[in-house]
Design a protein around this ligand. Structure first.
Ligand code: CMC
Length: 429
């Protein structure tokens, strides 16, 4: 009869150990009993970049990378992106259940009521250079907002956590739009509560002299879909940063500043900006084979390709491709999509990419849509961050309330010197 146990024989000592298997994992700490002598520290696992280590139990997002499945709280991403609004999905991620009509209306009102930035937060932005990268402004200002809401340090109070959660979700589009307008020297536009979450963001980005901003419904819907696709993605680099920094009981503004910094890197959320720059660099369909060759020769990566978890296809990329066609009916065709499609076609037939199971990820097509909508490439990663705030906060809440979680603190394999005698200055060569 099969038992949920693993029997390990230590060939160094001949001793046998049994460790429990639960949910397809063993507890790394159970290996510590495996020793060669009484003063031995015990066996550890070595897993740089966490290729095969679960750091938490989570009921928020499910991914099956081989089958290309992504679900939030059990609901397939295709169904959510096809029918819901972003705030509806945000409610689901944070509360575990879809809201009914009344709950959704109350939630929307609550979020939109908090979209205004404190005037001092606006001043933080004004001190950046005129050409500061919006993502860097966002990271720093998020952390600085901790000074505006000092009560956020009380992370043990559920009501207080909820208040900060709403504030962060609501203020993120305002902050992002202000980072953009600062760069262009444009006056900041205050939020408009009559508009939906995404329409209001477009209003703060693009309104000029008109008394009331009217968003194009197809573009507003496309942005909603893109926000839904980016809302959470289980234990990725920025989410584990949010959990890791949050585990020290730092307040959510500081933890989120750190998570946003992790997102900004070109291997993570920063990839969408890099994809656009890469397409510009390639320039034409004819130049693609030569570019692919440079990638295969080890000179840079095909940005927007590959994923740690998805090894067949990224379901988000497939939805984004469809959304692109809808956006183009309004904005006109972005010719870069031709280069992107040809790049994808050639790469997917190439042995290098097939062997390594590299497919387009969420960032491959998103930039092309964002550019067609009028966003500049340096804002693309900010557009990733706005919805990901929801995922970070849902995961942070789960971490704070999980009795098994403690301060995050990995082990190491020490590879330095053994003890050495100190050398006085006059004797150093
Ligand atoms: N172009 C060319 N080669 C690649 C690429 C790529 N985009 N991605 C991976 N490889 C190669 C890599 O060099 C390695 O080759 P080899 O076995 O010969 O050494 C092999 O494929 C395995 O890659 P890896 O680096 O071990 O895979 P990883 O799981 O550590 O990295 C990744 C995942 C997403 C960081 C990586 O695929 C990558 O750098 N992609 C480009 C950046 C990108 O698009 N990032 C966005 C990720 S999706 C959005 C998000 O959630 O962040």
């Amino acid at each position: 009869m099969s038992e949920n146990r693993l029997t390990i024989t230590d060939e160094r000592t001949g001793k046998q150990y049994q460790v429990q298997i639960q949910d397809g994992t063993i507890r790394a700490n159970d290996l510590r009993q495996i020793k060669v002598s009484a003063d031995d520290f015990g066996l550890m696992t070595y897993d740089p970049a966490y290729l095969n280590t679960a750091s938490c139990r989570s009921s928020i997002t499910y991914i099956d990378g081989d089958k290309g499945i992504l679900r939030y709280r059990g609901y397939p991403i295709e169904q959510l992106a096809g029918t819901c609004t972003f705030l509806e999905v945000a409610y689901l991620l944070l509360n575990g259940e879809l809201p009914n009509q009344e709950q959704l209306a109350a939630w929307e009102t609550r979020v939109l009521r908090h979209t205004m930035l404190h005037e001092t937060s606006k001043k933080f932005l004004e001190n950046f250079r005129y050409d500061a990268h919006p993502m860097t402004m966002l990271i720093s200002t998020l952390a600085a907002m901790s000074t505006v809401y000092p009560e956020s340090k009380n992370i043990h109070d559920a009501t207080n956590r909820q208040k900060q959660t709403i504030r962060l979700i609501a203020k993120m589009p305002t902050l992002s739009a202000y980072c953009y307008r600062h760069r262009l020297g444009l006056p900041y536009i205050y939020p408009d509560r009559d508009l939906s979450f995404t329409e209001n963001f477009m209003n703060m980005m693009w309104r000029f002299m008109e008394p009331k901003y009217v968003a194009n419904p197809i573009l507003a819907r496309a942005l909603d879909v893109l926000f839904i696709l980016h809302a959470d993605h289980e234990q990725n680099c920025s989410t584990s940063t949010m959990r890791s920094v949050g585990s020290s009981q730092a307040d959510p503004y500081l933890s989120m500043g750190a998570a946003t910094a992790a997102l900004s890197g070109p291997l993570h959320g920063g990839a969408n900006e890099e994809v656009l720059r890469m397409l510009d660099h390639i320039g034409s369909k004819e130049a693609i084979p030569a570019f692919i060759k440079t990638v295969k020769d080890g000179h840079g990566k095909l940005m927007g390709f590959g994923h740690r978890v998805y090894k067949n296809f990224d379901p988000r990329a497939q939805i984004i491709k469809k959304t692109a066609d809808e956006v183009f009916t309004v904005t006109g065709y972005n010719p870069k999509i031709e280069i992107a499609r040809e790049l994808e076609r050639i790469a997917l037939e190439d042995e290098y990419f097939i062997k390594r199971r590299l497919y387009p990820n969420v960032d491959f097509y998103s930039g092309i849509i964002y550019e067609a909508m009028g966003f500049r490439p340096d804002l693309f990663t900010v557009l990733f961050a706005i919805p990901r705030v929801v995922g970070w906060l849902a995961q942070w809440e789960e971490m704070v309330t999980d009795p098994e979680q403690k301060i995050s603190r990995p082990r190491q394999i020490y590879t330095g010197y053994d003890e050495r005698q100190f050398v006085p200055m006059e004797k150093r060569s």
